[in-house]
Write a protein that binds this ligand. Structure first.
Ligand code: CTP
Length: 403
């Protein structure tokens, strides 16, 4: 349980802050909402008070005996400003102290995350961009806004990321500090595969695997938060796209291969986090296979699928890093790292993210622990934790190699 201050700026996107507040309290955090006076024109104080269980005020003149304007900031583990309007970014960058939220920002020793939302013109204005640069230079996280539908019929960069993405990224900062969301992937193009392929047997049945897609989603979300332009080739994952990420759906290994080979040329980083079926049924029945029919199968003949990672390595463009994943168990022939080193050499990737799945550590869990192996032999352990936090550790290794 952490103490979070949720600062809410006065923009239409303030309506999403109630859902964000809910996500944070359901994750077990103690959340104190500090809106600006304009934010309360969009969402009533009663909503924030009921959902947070704390009183809400906007001015330093409330709660004076408690010296709230100093205490709230000093006691926080995280200050999360969502939405951060152009005005709020400007006041924060200037160090103003004209309401409870800005005084809280001046007294907070903890990480501060701004989640901007505004019209595209306001976001791109040099004044706003300089304020963002100032806040980042001082160590705050300023997330890039999502691209999409804005308040009116227009769209562009400036949209607030969805509450679930913001809540997941808040956890990353609580666990690993603001450096986990440093904007070091700005200007980089990243292509990630996620999920598990399904190989059809007939129109209704398939051979599949248990991959949940969570690791690929977490990698995409954190890369987008660190400034990358992200394409996520998703095999059978029923989850909303992380903010700012373009999702290309794929069903089978063959479809995933086609999509990855089409998206990867010119990308700075290509990550194969998907669980690709090694085999597919050699023939696919055109009609449903029926019990007792002449076509009732007694066995399934399988054909080897192409190795997408090996093909991506062969097609690697200049300066590109190709990253594979491997879930391994130790056995009589070698431990997890020995198997992983052999696999990295066999596939020719630049990096291999190795997950030890011995002893019941199964697919679909939210927590994970990995080691990143490099072709030059270095092995970097990433501290265990939720998949978003581990993704930040993986991007740290990738980012060092890109530089
Ligand atoms: N991979 C791939 N295409 C395949 C199989 C795997 O691109 N047909 C990729 C995975 O996405 C992963 C890496 O290769 O990044 C390692 O996957 P893994 O299943 O461990 O590799 P295999 O070669 O299938 O090894 P094993 O024989 O141990 O299953």
């Amino acid at each position: 349980m952490s103490r979070i201050v949720l600062g809410v700026g006065g923009g239409v996107a303030a309506y999403k802050s109630a859902l964000l507040l809910r996500a944070l309290t359901e994750a077990g955090h103690d959340v104190r909402v500090v809106p600006t006076a304009s934010a309360l024109r969009f969402v009533g104080a009663a909503t924030f008070e009921a959902l947070s269980g704390h009183p809400v005020s906007t001015e330093v003149w409330d709660d004076v005996p408690e010296v709230a304007h100093v205490r709230i900031g000093q006691q926080a583990d995280l200050v999360l400003i969502s939405p951060a309007t152009a005005d709020l970014l400007a006041r924060a960058a200037a160090g103003r102290a004209d309401d409870l939220l800005t005084t809280t920002l001046l007294t907070a020793h903890c990480p501060v995350v701004f989640v901007p939302a505004m019209h595209t013109e306001m976001w791109l204005h040099p004044a706003t961009q300089e304020n963002v640069a100032t806040l980042r230079r001082r160590g705050s996280v300023v997330l890039p806004p999502a691209v999409g539908r804005l308040t009116g019929p227009d769209s562009g960069p400036g949209r607030l990321p969805e509450p679930a993405d913001v809540a997941a990224l808040a956890e990353v900062v609580l666990a690993a500090g603001p450096a986990a969301l440093t904007p070091d992937l700005t200007g980089r193009r990243v292509v990630i595969s996620a999920g598990g392929t399904r190989e059809p047997l007939d129109p209704v049945r398939f051979l599949g695997n248990r991959s949940s897609g969570r690791q690929g989603w977490a990698l995409a979300r954190v890369a987008a938060a660190r400034g990358a332009e992200v394409v996520l080739v998703a095999a059978n994952v029923e989850q909303p796209a992380p903010f700012g990420v373009r999702v290309v759906p794929a069903g089978t290994a063959e479809e995933l291969r086609t999509a990855m080979l089409a998206e990867s040329p010119g990308a700075d980083v290509v990550v194969m986090a998907a669980a690709v079926a090694d085999f597919r049924p050699s023939s696919v029945a055109g009609a449903k296979l029926k019990k007792g029919s002449a076509a009732e199968p007694t066995a399934v003949e399988l054909t080897r699928n192409p190795d997408v990672l090996v093909e991506l390595v062969a097609a690697r463009t200049a300066g590109q890093l190709v990253v594979g994943f491997a879930a391994e168990t130790g056995d009589a022939e070698g431990d997890v790292l020995a198997h992983a080193r052999a696999k990295l050499a066999r596939k020719g990737a630049d990096l291999l993210v190795v997950n030890d799945v011995s002893a019941g550590r199964v697919f679909g869990r939210s927590d994970t622990e990995v080691t990143v192996l490099a072709a030059d032999g270095t092995a970097t352990p990433v501290p265990p934790g939720p998949k978003d936090g581990v993704s930040a550790g993986i991007w740290d290794v990738v980012s060092t190699r890109l530089a």
